[in-house]
Ligand binder design. Structure first.
Ligand code: HEC
Ligand code: HEC
Ligand code: HEC
Ligand code: HEC
Ligand code: HEC
Ligand code: HEC
Ligand code: HEC
Length: 269
């Protein structure tokens, strides 16, 4: 970025402007290219294979699964379409369930993929999620004890409903299974307003308890304080100079009630 800015300044000065402009353009193009790679390389559109079946389009499903098709139009996946199906914008259902012609002709529920039974149907496109679920600490999805649909609603317009988890939404997705961490406390930790994902990666992590950081940096991303006193580390107006070396804020025997406490305002127990 600094480079680009200095290039632009040089253009402002008038000389060598054509060369500089070309360089700037090249750099911008490279950046754009990189950004576009970063945001799409995790999602390749591959469709579960059902031998012998052809694509029929969402409207055909509607005849027997009206409710699913109705809700579906607002979701991200509704915009997906199978590359060679020549029905742009209308093969969203089949991008997860596979081509539907045999299923429709048969009419008894066979010849269709149900990703609720295996996350593989999601992984064909979400390769990065497969990688996260292979990290040492993860929800037991690849072990078959849980599924993507425990946290994501694939059809409704709330596929991201876990995102809305806040202190006010105690009946959020995580709280179905983790009541202790999501219940209201007398001294609540306001961090939870940003959702459980402020500290946990629900898909998987290198760190124990699926934490996004394994040390005090987890806390300092919100509790960092400007240092006015060079000899002391102050966090939350308290001098933490001798405390920081003892370990992470929650493992050093200090803030063990990290999700909230009924007895201590500093979340110690
Ligand atoms: C993002 C992938 C995805 C898309 C797109 C998708 N589904 Fe599903 N579908 C699933 C999953 C996952 C399940 C299993 C749900 C469960 O087990 O709770 C499922 C289950 C179903 C079922 C079985 C009954 C049920 O609700 O469990 C039907 C019928 C169905 N889908 C129809 C459709 C139709 C019709 C569309 C298009 C309007 C569609 N699906 C689009 C992922 C998807
Ligand atoms: C002629 C009626 C009919 C049409 C059209 C139809 N289905 Fe089905 N489908 C059924 C029946 C019957 C079942 C079994 C009972 C149930 O789960 O509702 C079923 C079940 C399913 C299941 C669950 C399968 C399982 O193993 O659990 C999925 C997924 C599904 N359909 C997807 C689709 C999709 C996607 C389309 C459009 C491409 C579609 N269906 C079109 C009749 C139909
Ligand atoms: C055919 C490819 C494909 C399949 C199969 C698929 N997805 Fe997606 N999914 C996508 C694409 C493309 C996006 C949009 C990605 C983006 O914008 O970066 C997406 C986005 C998402 C999002 C984010 C939605 C949002 O609004 O931000 C979630 C959550 C998601 N998928 C879950 C699933 C789950 C769970 C399954 C399996 C039941 C699944 N997907 C199957 C292609 C797919
Ligand atoms: C334990 C709950 C949970 C499970 C299980 C889960 N997810 Fe998620 N997922 C979330 C939450 C929470 C977010 C929002 C993350 C955020 O806002 O940082 C999310 C976000 C996503 C996104 C969009 C944002 C991103 O990180 O790219 C995709 C795609 C996704 N999940 C796919 C999947 C797939 C595929 C599966 C199953 C293999 C799955 N998830 C299983 C909770 C879960
Ligand atoms: C359908 C139930 C279910 C949902 C929903 C769920 N979890 Fe879990 N969670 C589990 C299970 C099962 C484990 C694994 C427990 C084990 O291995 O002993 C787990 C483990 C964890 C752990 C690690 C615990 C440990 O001892 O290592 C954390 C952290 C966690 N979940 C956070 C979340 C967050 C955040 C959400 C919401 C985005 C969420 N969970 C949603 C069932 C669920
Ligand atoms: C401020 C950061 C933060 C937020 C926000 C947060 N957690 Fe945690 N969570 C932690 C830390 C740190 C641990 C590890 C505590 C330990 O090892 O004793 C943990 C541990 C857990 C565990 C494992 C508990 C155990 O006994 O092993 C679960 C389950 C969990 N969190 C669920 C959640 C849920 C659900 C939410 C949202 C309601 C949430 N967390 C929000 C920081 C957070
Ligand atoms: C997402 C941002 C965020 C993260 C991450 C976070 N906190 Fe907080 N925390 C807050 C906010 C906001 C408050 C309330 C305002 C305040 O007191 O600074 C708070 C309050 C606290 C309090 C109570 C302050 C008091 O009155 O004594 C403690 C203790 C605390 N946090 C410890 C931690 C620890 C330990 C971690 C790391 C495991 C952590 N926080 C991570 C946002 C965060």
């Amino acid at each position: 970025m600094i480079n680009i800015i200095s290039q632009i300044r040089r253009i402002g000065n008038g000389k060598r402007s054509i060369v500089s402009a070309a360089a700037v353009l090249l750099m911008l193009l490279c950046t754009l290219f990189l950004i576009s790679c970063l945001s799409t390389d995790s999602v390749t559109v591959a469709v579960p294979d059902i031998p012998g079946a052809g694509f029929v389009g969402n409207e055909t499903c509607s005849a027997c699964h009206e409710q699913h098709v109705k809700e579906f139009s607002f979701t991200t996946h509704a915009r997906l379409s199978v590359p060679n199906a020549r029905m742009a914008g209308s093969t969203g259902c089949e991008s997860c369930h596979g081509a539907g012609s045999l299923h429709v002709d048969d009419g008894t529920g066979k010849f269709i993929v149900n990703p609720g039974k295996s996350p593989q149907a999601c992984f064909v496109c979400h390769l990065d999620k497969q990688a996260e679920f292979n990290l040492p600490f993860h929800h037991p999805v690849t072990e078959g004890k849980m599924n993507c649909t425990d946290c994501h609603d694939p059809h409704g317009n709330d596929i991201m409903k876990p995102r809305q988890i806040a202190i006010a939404g105690m009946n959020g997705t995580c709280s179905q299974c983790h009541k202790e961490q999501s219940m209201p406390y007398i001294f609540s930790h306001e961090a939870l307003r940003e959702g459980c994902v402020a500290c946990h990666n629900p898909h998987g992590s290198f760190n124990k308890k699926m934490l996004v950081e394994n040390d005090s940096n987890l806390c300092l991303k919100c509790h960092a304080q400007a240092h006015t006193d060079v000899n002391a580390v102050r966090i939350g107006r308290q001098n933490h100079t001798t405390r920081i070396p003892r370990g992470a804020c929650w493992t050093a025997g200090c803030h063990t009630a990290i999700h909230g406490s009924n007895i201590d305002t500093h979340l110690r127990y």
